[in-house]
Design a protein around this ligand. Structure first.
Ligand code: BG6
Length: 591
């Protein structure tokens, strides 16, 4: 996923500074390279480079570019390596049009060959570069801008959004299954992938829908659909909460968002309380219920598989979003798909939902961005309400998702009295955050290992997988989470005196504790070291990460926190940037 931003000032104020700041706020969407193009005295000025916004700005003084109209981009490379020439913006061969793009142009090679046959030259390996050249070639044929855009998008295949800047001082924003928002401010107009990009500059926003484009110039904007029909979308007030997404006293967004969980857990779902009834009624009357997600959100889906049957009598089958198309026979008008996603824009999740919708299944979603494509595609959605999550590795969104699962359980069985116990859960999270020393010491001890195994039984198995994912994402250590009972069916072969194994082993009602202890003995007999995550110390542990004691139901929520902290501190110990781990992006909007 990349971030795209465009701005037209209605004064003769240069836009470069604003655009550099905007890209800095959105670079969690992609941080391989950065670029900026402005229009000054009818000339397109362009600077771009590899690396983070602050680095490239320092190197190239992006913010000194002249011009009161401009476009910017932070890239997560999909087509074409991380090079200066592949960085956006891309300009057409005639240097008339500059474009920044998010998503994929699937038929770019065909288009590129057709354009080359027309004498167009290309400077990059990207799919993006076909857009300015195609638009330029259609304008040269005598089409006005509106019709040229219509003809251009009719030739593009794929899910994309892009912003084109033309020498006549207009911006064109095109949305086709990737986010694009029009911002209306007192000092001008903005286009952005994310509200974060322009929150402090605008009062109202318009969320473009798929297959729509907007032509913006200093005097105003006009929105059309891909057939050329005028579209009238009502501006909505922007929520000012999106303005203050800053690190504050924290060194990184990741550690800040880990600490925010003492409040986000309590807030989760409370803006959508009436939707819980809708969820309850649809789930209760569905013949079959599936749950889907990617990455951390898929681990939440796995937790649901363990939590639901006992309390609700409903079995929920998890299907990884990227695997959904292999289960086409499962869906029909009697089935419900619950989609879990922080961003609501992960292409795998959106494609999974589209698939189930085609089979007339009901769609429920648990999503943080309530203006997202996923929310729009759902029959009903519950918002995480955990605020912006900037850290690429999901933390507070995960515990908010789990909490919403708990609140749904309470809908089915009010005697669970879950909501009234959340304060004690939050107290437990606070205790863990107030006593980080065990995790910090272990992270220091483990910083040079290459493999780490995490075991869990029952509902703790998905937490073992989530803990492993966190550690992979932030420390780049190969971490594997697996069901403790599977140890002797293979993984035990990996255990030797250089091995470290973390066992999630709260002293619950004994359903997992005793069995885990025998697993630990098997592992120790091979010379491996054991890190016990438990509310009770045991001599058998070489290291102990203490958990507060809680009612059994809530352990999955709190035992994640030590893993989030361990992933963060291992990242620091290994010299990584926990907010921007290599090769990853906050939301993957490509298949
Ligand atoms: C990855 C993120 O790109 O996508 C993960 O880095 C996340 O943190 C996964 O869990 C799924 O994203 P989402 O927004 O659909 O929950």
């Amino acid at each position: 996923m990349c971030s795209i931003i465009g701005c037209i000032h209605n004064s003769n104020l240069d836009v470069a500074n604003v655009l550099v700041e905007s890209m800095g706020k959105m670079e969690y969407r992609g941080y391989d390279s950065v670029g900026l193009a402005t229009l000054s005295d009818r000339e397109i000025l362009i600077k771009k480079g590899i690396g983070r916004v602050s680095h490239v700005n320092k190197e190239l003084s992006l913010n000194e570019l002249k011009g009161e109209i401009g476009i910017g981009h932070t890239r997560w490379a999909t087509h074409g390596g991380v090079t200066q020439s592949n960085a956006h913006p891309h300009v057409c061969a005639r240097s008339e049009i500059a474009v920044v793009h998010n998503g994929i142009i699937e038929n770019y090679l065909d288009l590129k060959n057709q354009l080359k046959n027309k004498g167009m030259t290309f400077k990059s390996d990207t799919d993006t570069e076909v857009i300015p050249n195609l638009l330029s070639s259609i304008i040269i044929e005598g089409n006005d801008l509106k019709n040229a855009v219509i003809k251009t998008v009719s030739k593009l295949t794929g899910q994309y959004s892009f912003i084109a800047m033309l020498k006549d001082k207009s911006l064109v924003g095109v949305k086709n299954h990737e986010p694009l928002i029009l911002g209306l401010g007192s000092d001008g107009y903005y286009l952005s992938s994310d509200i974060l990009g322009f929150a402090k500059h605008v009062d109202k926003v318009i969320y473009l829908d798929d297959e729509q484009f907007v032509i913006v110039n200093p005097s105003g904007y006009t929105i059309y659909d891909f057939k050329g029909n005028l579209v009238n979308l009502i501006p909505t007030k922007i929520s000012k909460t999106s303005e203050n997404v800053e690190k504050g006293k924290y060194e990184h967004f990741t550690i800040k968002e880990i600490h925010e969980q003492t409040s986000t857990v309590l807030q989760s779902g409370i803006e959508s309380l009436d939707e819980f009834d809708t969820f309850f009624n649809i789930l209760k009357t569905s013949k079959r219920v599936y749950v889907t997600g990617s990455g951390t959100s898929y681990n939440t889906a796995l937790v649901a598989k363990y939590l639901f049957p006992k309390i609700t009598g409903i079995s929920i089958e998890p299907i990884m979003s990227s695997e959904m198309k292999f289960f086409d026979d499962c869906f029909n008008e009697d089935t419900t798909l619950v989609a879990i996603s922080q961003s609501g824009e992960s292409t795998d999740v959106l494609n999974a939902v589209a698939f189930a919708k085609e089979k007339n299944s009901k769609i429920l979603s648990i999503v943080n961005t309530t203006t997202s494509s996923l929310a729009k595609a759902s029959d009903s959605f519950i918002g995480l309400n955990c605020g912006y999550e900037v850290g690429v590795a999901a933390t507070k969104s995960f515990t908010s998702q789990i909490t919403i699962l708990y609140r749904l359980l309470e809908k089915f069985d009010p005697s669970q009295k879950i909501s009234s116990q959340l304060n004690s859960v939050v107290d437990a999270i606070s205790k863990i955050l107030e006593n980080q020393k065990p995790v910090i010491d272990i992270s220091h001890a483990l910083k040079n290992i290459n493999n780490l195994y995490i075991l869990g039984r029952g509902v703790h198995y998905p937490i073992a997988k989530e803990g492993a994912l966190k550690i992979k994402e932030l420390s780049y250590i190969h971490a594997e989470g697996f069901a403790a009972g599977e140890l002797k069916h293979g993984p035990l072969a990996l255990m030797d005196e250089d091995t470290y194994v973390i066992v999630i082993n709260p002293k619950d009602d004994g359903s997992t504790y005793a069995d885990n202890l025998s697993n630990i003995s098997e592992i120790k007999s091979r010379g491996a070291k054991i890190i016990g995550v438990s509310d009770e110390f045991n001599q058998i542990y070489d290291y102990w990460i203490p958990l507060p004691t809680l009612p059994k139901l809530f352990y999955p929520l709190i035992e994640t926190i030590p893993f989030q902290l361990m992933a963060y501190y291992l990242s620091i110990e290994r010299g990584n940037d926990p907010d921007y781990p290599r090769n990853l992006a906050k939301c993957v909007t490509v298949k």
